[in-house]
Design a protein around this ligand. Structure first.
Ligand code: HEC
Length: 160
């Protein structure tokens, strides 16, 4: 339930923020009242300083990752579902570089942002070379990944 309502709130808010005409911004402002509630229901504490991402845009941007990753199956890269909050290099049946496996990183907004900016700088020797230059795009992708939780059996929302 939390994931579903969180998603729709996020999606409508960020679609608006991209295309909304100036005259409607005041209206959008009233939607911000919903924010504290969202923050309370978030799975992990999210510092307000973190750039807020748009999961709906992130879902589209994630297509850039799917040459090597998917949510539920290992490919050239490890599967992503549940990655936010996970320790780096710990998908059991994926063969990581030693560099990433021993990195000791926990994937959260901050580490993922640095990773997507330049994986080689964060973890020298990693086998991932893909970079995302645009900070907002990184935030959007991270917002999307954040929603891809490992769900208990009661069938939480899947991708799309
Ligand atoms: C060209 C292939 C390629 C692309 C494209 C790619 N990755 Fe990766 N990714 C990898 C590989 C390979 C690894 C494993 C690196 C290692 O073992 O050092 C990895 C690892 C990761 C990890 C670490 C996961 C873990 O379990 O520790 C994350 C997070 C990640 N990628 C996110 C992304 C995101 C998000 C995108 C798209 C913006 C992306 N990657 C695009 C190849 C890719």
């Amino acid at each position: 339930m939390r994931t579903v309502s969180g998603f729709s709130t996020t999606a409508s808010r960020c679609q608006g923020s991209v295309t909304l005409p100036r005259a409607l911004l005041a209206l959008a402002g009233s939607m911000l009242v919903g924010l504290p509630a969202m923050a309370q229901t978030a799975a992990a504490p999210l510092p307000l300083a973190v750039r807020s991402g748009c999961a709906a845009r992130g879902a589209a941007l994630y297509q850039g990752c799917t040459g090597c990753h998917s949510l539920d199956e290992n490919d050239l890269g490890p599967r992503h579902r549940g990655v936010v909050g996970r320790r780096a290099g710990t998908v059991g049946d994926f063969r990581y570089s030693e560099a990433l496996r021993l990195s000791g990183l926990i994937w959260d907004e901050a580490t993922l942002d640095r990773w997507l900016t330049d994986p080689q700088a964060l973890v020298p020797g990693t086998r991932m070379y893909y970079t995302v230059r645009d900070a907002q795009a990184r935030a959007d992708i991270i917002a999307f990944l954040r929603q891809q939780v490992v769900s208990p059996a009661r069938g939480a929302s899947g991708p799309g």
